[in-house]
Design a protein. Sequence first.
Length: 252
Amino acid sequence: MQTITFIGNGTMALSIAQGLKEKYHIEVVGRAMQKLEKFETHLGKKIEKHLIKDFDTTDKTIILCIKPANVDEVGKLLHGKAKLLISVLAGTSIEKLKKAFKPKQLVRSMPNLAASVGASMTTLTGNIEAKDEAIALLSSIGQTLWLSSEKEIDIATALAGSGPAYLALIAEALADGAVQQGLKREDAMATMRGLFQGFATLIQERHPALLKDGVMSPGGTTAAGYRALEEGNVRASCMRAIEKAYNRATEL
């Protein structure tokens, strides 16, 4: 069984490891053994645990899950040249990663929180020679899409990486609206979850505009609610959210 080495033991590392643990042997490198033991407990499977100081990365396949601000510091603590380094760091360029870690092959990726349930939408770019291996690895946690440039992955980060937070806001607001009109909280939450589950299937096969047109009858309830969303500039706000998140990704 191939070993995958995680540098970092935070939430994203755990989410990805949850998706990989049945197909790969997991090795995790961090700053404190106590946190590594906690990671192992949450993962529910035995892992190899190593402290980061002087860790040798030679010929390893590494998934880098540290904070972007710590790239230079962590790079100085590690030794050797990894066979493949897959970074999940938002807004951290290939040039900066190469300078800090000097791997033989490097891929930037952006999974999202759904990795923990095998349903991530992960975008990737980097050394084309590593494309097949990186896609095979990250396909274990959901869908993958190879992009042709770092600009595109920064845009995709704003959409798929940050998107769960935006959808969570919309989900909460819709449920709150139902409660405001008199539906019990638990019923509102159950209805909202069913809505999102069904919509996730429909959106795979139909364009959003066609879905909207299929629900909105003349003078009906959907049309009344849709007008309220347009008056609230929801469409423009969503587009602005992607713009702001993309700009922030380029600043990191």
